[in-house]
Design a protein around this ligand. Sequence first.
Ligand code: SF4
Ligand code: F3S
Length: 350
Amino acid sequence: MAKIQRQVQMLFDLNKCIGCHTCTMACKTMWTDRNEGQMYQYWNNVETMPGLGYPRNWEESGATIGTCQPKNDDEAALTPLPDIEGDYGAPWEYNYGEVLKTEGGNASRSVVVPFPSPDGPDAYASNWDEDVGVGAFPNNYYFYLPRICNHCSDPPCVSACPRRSVYKREEDGVVLIDQDRCRGYRFCVQGCPYKKIYFNPVTGKSEKCIFCYPRIEQGEGNFCVTQCVGRIRWVSYRDNKASNLYKLVNNWRVALRLHPEFGTEPNTFYIPPMSPPGYLANGDLDSKGRIPVSVLARMFGDNCNQTLAQREARIEEIFDILETERAKGMDSELVRILVATTDTEQVQLT
Ligand code: SF4
Ligand code: F3S
């Protein structure tokens, strides 16, 4: 792989994501709603966690926390190919005719539901388990997880392709698929443990998030960043030490990588979600957040060598930093960055 001159990165504050999917729709309308075969492609998507994810069970790569695996060039690291119907979910329509009188009749129902509705124990589609979460009332919980391709520094999708169709751009580290070279072998899909490559059955080629490179080249932020109503995203280059992204990752150290045990060195970062206290059996408030730190530590960490206990300690540390700085209000640089008022730059691509 050619030496990378610079590397773009993105950061998400999960304390601010409201799960509105504006980012997903921005990406969809910009890149994947014109061509046949792209109907199930969500280069950007937002999942409810804990949950099945999209495609279904993508988190189950078999990687072990505390050991850097799978290795970049280890064929054993190839994971099963997702099935379009079963693991992404076949597209369906909605019963607008029943609700909105669009077919000339009387409205017979007041609720829009999938029609015909997928059913049975294996029913699944994108966001099938949205807002379901886990746990029993009043200690049930969930949070939102927006995802794009991580434009990894050690991307197994690149080494998996025997055609050398997947490559990492030298000038900014964006991972792309050369559509002219691709022959649809799909080893790249198997190689990506985040399952962020989509095979297009109509063109017979694979496609993925392009980090909005035509916009990046103009210094414009990715469309998912600029359209995000929650202002939860920051984008910059890894070496831009003046950027807010750099400050959050390296100075304040409040952001972690998603499943770093996959060993791909992802270039996306997440500020883990805090949560309101849970309730004890006697009805008193617990001193701990409702989302167990152990659940977050299974997902987020600094690097692939960290143990689960080390990851838990880092998350506790981040929550302490956030609480301390929140108490200072707008006197805190960290709070000013995270609040992201309109004079806070979230796109710093110089
Ligand atoms: Fe490749 Fe997947 Fe990493 Fe994107 S997230 S660079 S597709 S391994
Ligand atoms: Fe290669 Fe993936 Fe195409 S393995 S040939 S880029 S489908």
